[in-house]
Ligand binder design. Structure first.
Ligand code: UGA
Length: 451
């Protein structure tokens, strides 16, 4: 198939490279000329294991990047993978999506034949049908259900494992218009029982583009409405984020009772109603999605008069974990004017992404205490320099520890597990571990955040 992907961020670049790898001809469209040039050279604009190999193999061949929206006319369907950040009040900010949809609609005005627009970005229920749909209709001069149709296909890939996550999806969700909601609620007339063929070709096209992943019959496909598909993505992320906050809350209680939260988690995880994954307690969740999506869902619920207390509590527990880590450090080190090592800056291992990384709160807390912060991360140093240009960055954990009065572990990079003799360079070593990666041993004052 001929596929276009609007937006070359984490999701857009990954799916563009993967769809090309699966055999489709892909046009990646982005307004940023530098990103487009990078892609056309077969390089990844972001750090993501496995992505560069795919781009190197496909760029100039099955994958071509451009800044020109007219490229969509050569394709059968377009994935909209533009950012949906939150505004100052935590509400979803659709401005980038809206302007992308406008340009897409205008480009489609001159297209012959059917075209499917698939929203990939995470959006509040109702957005695809009631915001994006009408913009496409206005831009293209075509009513939905005629030559243009919309669908919603949320993405569940994780940074750091984005390529294998996409190629081995645990589920694929196809949301298409349903007459009882997306049509009526928007004042638009959706497909009726008589002309279900409109819904038919959108779903057909989705099945076709994903066919290489579905051929084995192993991947469940969920066919649902637009709003359900939009909500499934929020529910997925809100559930996972809340699961971590719940184990963090239990972990905080464990700590004050000298109980090891990891032993507790291992045991409760054996109950298949709970499950063993996402039970690693510590300094909390960061990244581009959990905070933004939980905040947007809270704001969206309040907008409709529902107060989502549990989600607010999950966000609150997460906000407080960095300070809890520093309070444990305070028990052993008077931080003012002391050198304190921060090990790990990325929001999780195998990424250079520091968006909403707990390291930001930890560094701010250390600065409030008057500490001299020395930071180390295997790949995320440059990204963190934009937040904190004035702290010291070093190129190894050993250099960070040298002469430090205390150390905190914020990211669970594998290489930190091997640290041992390096702590002796601290003089009297004190480590507060926010991710359970350092081995407790004699001669090391060691505090685990929840153990
Ligand atoms: C998350 C979801 O897992 C993906 O399914 C989703 O597609 C993505 O958001 C998105 O919406 O784009 P991601 O943010 O890449 O993916 O990272 P995760 O691996 O989910 O980790 C999120 C945070 O939770 C990290 O800071 C991690 O350290 C933390 N975490 C995770 C814990 O503290 N404990 C755990 O047990 C698991």
């Amino acid at each position: 198939m001929n596929v276009s992907v609007v937006g070359s961020g984490y999701v857009g670049t990954t799916i563009a490279a993967c769809f090309a790898d699966l055999g489709h001809d892909v046009r990646a469209i982005d307004v940023d000329e530098e990103v487009v040039a990078t892609l056309n050279q077969g390089e990844a604009p972001i750090y993501e294991p496995g992505l560069e190999d795919l781009l190197e193999a496909q760029a100039g061949d099955r994958l071509q990047a451009t800044t020109d929206y007219a490229a969509v006319r050569e394709t059968d369907l377009t994935f909209l993978a533009l950012p949906t950040p939150t505004d100052a009040e935590g509400r979803i900010d659709l401005s980038v999506m809206e302007s992308g949809a406008e340009r897409l609609g205008e480009a489609l005005a001159a297209k012959e034949g059917e075209h499917l627009v698939v929203v990939k970005s995470t959006v509040i229920p109702g957005t695809t049908g009631e915001v994006i749909g009408p913009i496409l209709e206005a831009g293209s001069g075509t009513d939905l259900g005629e030559d243009i149709e919309i669908a919603m296909n949320p993405e569940f890939l994780r940074e750091g494992t984005a390529v294998p996550d996409f190629l081995n999806s645990q589920k694929i969700v196809f949301g298409t218009r349903r007459e009882d909601q997306d049509g009526e609620a928007s004042g638009e007339v959706g497909p009726t029982h008589e002309d279900r063929s409109d819904r038919g070709w959108a779903l057909d096209r989705l099945h076709e583009v994903y066919e290489p992943l579905l051929a084995s019959g192993q991947t469940p496909v969920v066919e649902t409405g637009l709003r359900e598909a939009e909500m499934i993505k929020y529910a997925n992320n809100a559930f996972l984020a809340s699961k971590v906050s719940l184990i963090n809350e239990l972990g905080n209680i464990c700590k004050v009772y000298s109980v090891d939260a990891y032993e507790v988690a291992d045991a409760i995880g054996l109950d298949d109603r709970i499950g063993a994954k996402f039970l690693r307690s510590g300094v909390g969740w960061g990244g581009s999605c959990f905070l933004k999506d939980v905040a947007a869902l809270i704001a969206a619920a309040r907008d409709r008069g529902y107060e989502p207390e549990l989600l607010e509590a999950a966000a609150g527990v997460n906000d407080r974990q960095p300070e809890r880590l520093l309070e444990l450090l305070d028990e052993h080190v008077e931080c003012e004017n002391e050198r304190i090592a921060v090990l790990g800056l990325a929001f999780k291992p195998d990424t250079d992404d520091v968006r909403n990384s707990r390291a930001i709160e930890v560094i701010e807390g250390l600065q409030t205490r008057g500490a001299q912060v020395v930071a180390y991360d295997p790949v995320a140093t440059d990204s963190m320099r934009e937040h904190f240009p004035d702290i010291e960055y070093v190129d190894s954990a050993a250099s960070a520890l040298e002469g430090a009065s205390g150390a905190v572990v914020v990211t669970d990079w594998d290489e930190f597990e091997a640290l041992d003799a390096e702590f002796d360079a601290m003089g009297s070593p004190v480590v507060v571990d926010g991710r359970r990666v350092i081995a407790r041993r004699e001669g090391l004052v060691y505090e685990g955040l929840t153990w």
